[in-house]
Design a protein around this ligand. Structure first.
Ligand SMILES: [Zn+2]
Ligand SMILES: [Zn+2]
Ligand SMILES: [Zn+2]
Length: 462
């Protein structure tokens, strides 16, 4: 469909132009990371860089054959064949790694002229950030970074708004939620997925971010809030960066231990939930560390017990005794109410263990663990949504509404066409306006709503 291809090309060009205009008029929105000259930047462009490698091999009758032409270039779509020689062994990428900037002006000049799809920088500091190989960069520390992403929270709304499509040529079966391991129609294993965001996912991600910040980063670890940076990622979650020089030298193992602590893994609940006299006891809320959090963790767990999938022996009793259990746990000091019947010490310990794991939430572990990872630049635009990677302080976080407060484009209207896909585009809200659902129609939308669906790749410019 030449028409649609043209639509894709003009969409990419239009988005890049909008990003360009944004950076030109809002250079001050960019947050320049500390020690910028020691950071590696990663730039994701709108276009694909392709390279056609020359390969020499021998055919069955022993003749030398050469494939590929050694040319390289850029393309606005993800091409599969070399435009020069037709070889199908070309390599394409949208990434430029090992980029460095000496100062703020250089960074802003580059962002304005390139207007990239996405911009990242290392949490790490390097002596030579532009060196091609990690061992030549001379790492000398990294901020401690946490990523709370709705993707990892296993939320029920994903079943409604995420979709997949089988990549097998003759099949193209579609479905909602996370794709199965094997396509139910053809057994194929390759799928295209479309992830969506809604108020629920972003609300949940925020809830866990607040908890991470208040209960763990500030309360348990005692980091100075002035040295903790918070931001919305521009897509499905939030980042927390600890910029206290005391964490810079932590190795991967120490970082993963911090994550495991927050996630309540390996918590010894036999020491926390004990029998005193003939009463089962839960620690007071003012106990330091996990002990003081257990009552609240169990409260959250009991509140959601009706939707809990586990089959442990105590599930039925806990459902029956829900009101009494909550009543006891919400007191100060909290108690394990004996009126919630048939739940013994061992059961309470198991409940506490499950509750702790759910309470801390799922942190994207590799992000914290990998000391060479790059993370989105605050104040840049996220090409998956057109939203702003928004810096927030703790107070702003409470009322932050990504669908209102992370909007980067405001003026005008755009004519767009939704792509014909059987799963359709779910309803979404931008500002106070709700849009959709859409199934392939051509519409005129306000620019912020249009930019969102164009970036999401579910519509093209008409
Ligand atoms: Zn070629
Ligand atoms: Zn299939
Ligand atoms: Zn959702």
């Amino acid at each position: 469909m030449p028409n649609q291809n043209q639509g894709f090309t003009s969409t990419v060009l239009k988005l890049r132009f909008m990003f360009h205009e944004y950076y030109k008029s809002n250079p001050n929105s960019i947050d320049v990371p500390d020690k910028i000259h020691n950071r590696e930047f990663g730039i994701q462009s709108w276009e694909y860089n392709w390279f056609c490698p020359v390969r020499k091999s021998r055919d069955e009758s022993g003749h030398d054959i050469t494939t590929g032409c050694g040319q390289s270039g850029t393309s606005l779509s993800n091409i599969k064949k070399c435009p020069n020689c037709g070889s199908d062994e070309i390599q394409t990428t949208t990434w430029r790694r090992h980029v460095g900037y000496l100062n703020r002006d250089e960074l802003i000049r580059d962002l304005t002229s390139v207007a990239p799809h996405s911009v990242y920088h290392s949490a790490a500091f390097y002596k030579i950030p532009v060196a091609r190989h990690m061992d030549e960069k001379e790492w000398f520390g990294a901020e401690l970074v946490f990523d709370i992403d709705a993707d990892h929270l296993d939320l029920s709304c994903a079943k409604d708004h995420d979709a997949w499509r089988c990549n097998e040529k003759e099949c193209h079966k579609t479905g909602t939620g996370i794709h199965p391991e094997n396509c139910p129609d053809c057994g194929g294993k390759s799928f295209s997925t479309r992830k969506w965001i809604c108020e629920n996912c972003l609300g949940e991600a925020k809830k866990y971010t607040v908890k991470l910040y208040d209960k763990f980063i500030v309360n348990d670890f005692g980091f100075d809030p002035e040295l903790v940076q918070l931001n919305y990622s521009g897509h499905r979650g939030y980042h927390v960066r600890v910029r206290d020089p005391r964490v810079y030298s932590l190795d991967s193992n120490s970082r993963i231990q911090i994550v495991h602590y927050i996630m309540g893994l390996g918590l010894n609940t036999e020491k926390v939930i004990v029998t005193q006299g003939r009463v089962n006891r839960v620690p007071d809320r003012d106990f330091p560390g996990w002990a003081g959090k257990i009552a609240d963790a169990i409260v959250e767990f009991v509140r959601n017990i009706d939707s809990y999938n586990g089959t442990e022996r105590w599930v039925k009793s806990l459902r029956k005794g829900k009101v009494a259990a909550l009543d006891g746990l919400l007191r100060n000091p909290p108690i394990l109410n004996p009126e919630a019947k048939d739940i013994g010490l061992k059961s309470w310990q198991e409940i506490a263990e499950k509750a702790a794991e759910l309470y801390g939430g799922e942190i994207d572990r590799p992000v914290t663990h990998d000391i060479h990872r790059v993370i989105r630049l605050i104040g840049s635009l996220n090409g998956k949504t057109g939203f702003l990677v928004s810096q927030l302080n703790r107070d702003e976080l409470d009322d932050f509404d990504p669908f209102r407060d992370a909007i980067a484009f405001n003026d005008g209207q755009m004519k767009i066409k939704f792509l014909q896909k059987s799963s359709g585009v779910p309803r979404f809200r931008i500002g106070d306006e709700t849009y959709g659902p859409y199934h392939g129609e051509s519409v005129e939308l306000p620019t912020p709503a249009a930019a969102f669906v164009l970036c999401k790749g579910v519509a093209i410019i008409e």
